[in-house]
Write a protein that binds this ligand. Structure first.
Ligand SMILES: C[S@@+](CC[C@H](N)C(=O)[O-])C[C@H]1O[C@@H](n2cnc3c(N)ncnc32)[C@H](O)[C@@H]1O
Length: 280
C-alpha cells in the first residue's frame, strides 16, 4: 500500500475487508479483521464519511449471502470448486468446508500479497490449511487463453461456483463480456455464477453522486467508462444460464433481520444475482 492521497484499485480490497470485520455477526466473516491495519482503517473511514455509512452493512450482507448460498451448494454436493474473480482479501476458503478447491484470481500484486500473508498466518496457526490456488491476472489485458488453461488444469471438469463481487463497477462492458464468455467456457456442462452489480437507476441517488466525487478525487486513474452499471436483462438473457435468484441490499436486510439505517437515496444499493448453467 502507499501513503499517497490517491487510492489504488487493489487497495479497495482492504476497505471491503475492513467493512466485513466491523459486523461479524452480519458478515459471518471472522477472518476479515486480519487485513485491518492503520491504512485500511484510514481509507475506510474516509470512504464511509465521504460516500455512505451504510456501506459497512451492504458489504457484510453481500458476504453473508454468498457464503450461505455456497454452503448450501456444497452441502447438496452441487459444487466442488469455488473460483473467485477479483477475490481481493475475501476469506471464503476458510469459512467453507475444507474439501472445497479454491481458485483466487486478482491483480498480481493482490494475489502475491495475499498468498504470503495467508502462508504466514497458516504457519502461525491463525488460519486453517485449505486447498487454494492463486492466479494473478489483469482483466483489462489479454489473459483469457492462459487463464483458461491454468483453471482447467486445476478443476479437471469439476463443477464450480464462479463468484464476481465488487469488481464489475471497475470494468467496462467489453471486459465484462469477455469474463462472462470465459465463465461459460469454464463451466462446460454445469455450474453456478454469483455476480454483483449496480443498476443504472442508482446514478440518480445522492449516494452514487458522492461515490463518483470520491472516485474522481481519490481514484483519478479510473474514468466514467469504468463506473459500470448493469441491468437485470444482462443476467436474464445470458445464453445457457438461468437466473435462479436475485436479491438486493433491501431484500437481504429483511432476510437477515437487519435494520436499514439511512434513507434509500443515501444507500449504494447493490444487486446480487445467482445463475445456473442449463445448457439449453
Ligand atoms: C472492492 S475489491 C472487492 C474484492 C472482493 N471481491 C471482495 O468482495 O472482498 C475489488 C477487487 O477487484 C480487483 N480488480 C479490479 N480491477 C481489476 C482488473 N482489471 N483485473 C483484476 N482484478 C481487478 C481489485 O484488485 C480488487 O481486489
Amino acid at each position: 500500500m502507499n501513503n499517497k492521497k490517491n487510492i489504488k484499485v487493489h487497495e479497495t480490497a482492504f476497505v471491503t475487508s475492513t467493512f466485513r470485520s466491523i459486523n461479524e455477526n452480519l458478515s459471518h466473516d471472522v477472518y476479515a479483521k486480519l487485513w485491518c491495519n492503520a491504512r485500511s482503517k484510514e481509507l475506510s473511514d474516509i470512504y464511509l464519511n465521504s460516500v455512505s455509512t451504510e456501506e459497512v452493512y451492504t458489504h457484510c450482507l453481500r458476504n453473508r449471502y454468498f457464503l450461505d448460498k455456497i454452503k448450501e451448494l456444497i452441502s447438496s454436493s452441487k459444487i466442488e470448486v469455488l473460483i473467485n474473480f477479483g477475490s481481493g482479501f475475501s476469506m471464503y476458503p476458510f469459512l467453507l468446508d475444507k474439501t472445497l478447491i479454491n481458485i483466487e484470481i486478482d491483480k498480481p500484486e493482490i494475489v502475491d500479497y495475499k498468498k504470503n500473508k495467508i502462508e504466514y498466518w497458516q504457519n502461525e496457526n491463525v488460519l486453517p490449511n485449505r486447498n487454494i490456488h492463486f492466479i494473478g491476472v489483469d482483466f483489462s489485458k489479454d489473459y483469457v487463453q492462459s487463464l483458461l488453461s491454468k483453471i482447467n488444469t486445476i478443476t479437471k471438469n469439476k463443477t464450480s461456483f464462479i463468484l464476481i463481487e465488487g469488481v464489475l463497477f471497475f470494468l467496462n462492458r467489453t471486459e465484462t463480456n469477455t469474463l462472462f464468455q470465459l465463465f461459460e467456457t469454464i463451466q462446460n456442462k454445469k455450474g453456478f455464477i454469483g455476480s454483483v452489480s449496480f443498476q443504472k437507476s442508482l446514478k440518480d441517488t445522492v449516494a452514487f453522486k458522492r461515490l463518483l466525487n470520491f472516485m474522481g478525487d481519490k481514484m483519478p486513474e479510473l474514468h466514467e467508462d469504468n463506473y459500470q452499471t448493469i441491468e437485470n436483462d444482462y443476467y436474464k438473457q445470458r445464453p445457457h444460464y438461468k437466473l435462479i435468484d436475485h436479491q438486493d441490499y433491501f431484500t437481504l436486510s429483511k432476510t437477515y433481520n437487519h435494520q436499514v439505517k439511512l434513507e434509500k437515496d443515501m444507500i449504494l444499493n447493490e444487486h446480487f444475482y445467482l445463475l445456473e448453467k442449463t445448457n439449453i
